[in-house]
Design a protein around this ligand. Structure first.
Ligand SMILES: Nc1ncnc2c1ncn2[C@@H]1O[C@H](COP(=O)(O)OP(=O)(O)OP(=O)(O)O)[C@@H](O)[C@H]1O
Ligand SMILES: [Mg+2]
Length: 423
């Protein structure tokens, strides 16, 4: 075989070089795809975790909401006799009522991890919410840690869900206190919430929706985080707190992230260094004219109509009965779906409206409603449920005249009743 010429060899080398170049290009593409794949895989795993949390949340929320509904109703009854209370007793009742509302908000947050409920946005003064959280932290944690609230009353108004923002401050505050405890509390340690006085606009935060945002800083002088913790801090179920003093679920920051980014279309980031403390930068939407004011104008009218209350939880049933009777209504109660339906058939002529729980033994609220509609297509049913809004899209449930999310306050029930009775 003839020896290849120099030119032929050079051609072969060039061809080989091209192939090598091609292979390294393919390799780079492969790496890129591999990278994308692992990101998608990570997101999928996070999604699956969220989904299983969502399922768990629904079960827990159902029972917990029933307990809170009972407490809330009895508190409302107590408040009706508040004239006889001393000022401090009135404050205690108010504080219990606030705690119950916070409990309900926490459950709502837990449900929201599966991304299914709707925030109630209003024009809120950040100072008012933050003051409540800082007051609570001051009462319940080491006094040596200074709680600095560097926001003035009436200065920073945002368009947000008040309970969700309360939750954000509470979770950030609790983490901050834990971080200081972790390091060992020293004189001069503090947690601090401050806000830049003028809002920033969208150009600074390109990925955010239109409008202006307030930049809040939540900082602490705690232990700080190493880089690998910073990277995972917002992941659901990520926690470093397995110690005896502070143990964690790894849910706090996942909730904060969910509330800020998904529910308020806003932004949060964290800057932290091991041993140097931590700052969370939060951007929240400035309130504008389109953002409604909180509705605190519910008043109890009372009435004399007959209401059928069907709920399998005895404390919910009895507390609602007592409260509605106090407002002048006649109340019949049924302890499950079957009994509810039987009572409806027996007293159809006298019943003006029905308050119907959804999840009950023997016969579900939906089946009861289906049967009631057969008897009276105009039956005035209010669904009470601790579950997600989507079930209200159900073709049967849509025949209900209104819906109440458990736990609700008695004045909310009463105003819904008045609205339904007026139809
Ligand atoms: N201010 C902070 N300083 C230092 N580390 C923090 C701070 N905030 C959060 N971390 C770290 O991020 C992790 C996740 O926080 P997250 O609030 O989600 O969960 P957790 O506090 O461990 O548990 P949970 O909030 O459910 O009780 C914490 O375990 C901690 O390691
Ligand atoms: Mg936490």
């Amino acid at each position: 075989m003839a020896k290849p010429t120099y030119e032929e060899l050079e051609k072969k080398v060039t061809a080989l070089e091209q192939k090598v170049g091609h292979i390294s290009h393919l390799e780079a593409q492969f790496r890129h795809l591999e990278n994308q794949f692992s990101q998608v895989e990570k997101q999928l795993r996070q999604r699956q975790r969220m989904d299983s949390l969502g399922t768990l949340a629904q079960g827990v929320a159902h029972d917990f909401n029933n307990i809170l509904s009972g407490i809330m109703a009895y508190l409302n009854i107590l408040s009706l006799t508040a004239d006889n209370f001393s000022p401090s007793q009135k404050t205690y009742v108010q504080n219990i009522s606030n705690a119950v509302k916070r409990g309900a908000a926490t459950i709502k947050q837990f449900q929201q991890l599966s991304g299914k409920t709707i925030s109630a946005k209003a024009n809120i003064d950040v100072y008012t919410v933050a003051r409540e959280v800082f007051h609570l932290l001051e009462k319940t944690t080491d006094k040596m840690i200074e709680k600095k609230l560097d926001i003035e009353k009436g200065q920073i108004f945002i368009c947000a869900d008040i309970n969700e923002i309360h939750q954000v401050f509470m979770n950030l505050g609790t983490n901050a206190i834990h971080a200081i405890e972790e390091k060992g509390v020293q004189k001069g340690d503090y947690i601090r919430l401050s806000a830049k006085p003028s809002p920033v606009n969208r150009s600074k935060l390109k990925h955010l929706s239109q409008g202006e945002f307030y930049h809040l800083c939540f900082e602490d002088t705690g232990c700080g985080m190493p880089e690998h913790v910073v990277k995972k801090a917002f992941d659901p179920l990520f926690t470093t707190k397995n110690g005896s003093k502070n143990s964690g679920q790894g849910l706090g920051l996942a909730m904060v992230h969910d509330i800020v980014t998904k529910r308020h279309d806003s932004h949060i980031e964290v800057v932290s260094k091991l041993g140097k403390g931590t700052v969370f930068h939060l951007f929240l939407p400035k309130a504008d004219d389109a953002c409604g004011m909180p509705d605190s104008t519910l008043t109890v009218q009372g009435g004399t109509e007959t209401i059928l209350v069907v709920d399998d939880d005895v404390s919910v049933r009895e507390s609602i009965k007592t409260a509605l009777e106090d407002f002048g209504y006649q109340v019949i109660t049924g302890c499950d779906g079957e009994e509810g339906l039987a009572l409806f058939k027996e007293n159809q002529k006298t019943i003006h409206a029905v308050l119907l729980d959804m999840i009950m033994p023997k016969m579900s609220g939906k089946d009861v409603l289906r049967q009631m509609l057969k008897i009276d297509p105009d039956v005035k049913v209010i669904i009470s449920s601790g579950h997600m809004k989507e079930q209200y899209n159900d073709p049967i449930i849509q025949f209900a005249k209104n819906y109440l999310n458990k736990p609700f306050e008695i004045d909310e029930l009463e105003s819904t009743l008045r609205q339904v009775l007026a139809l």
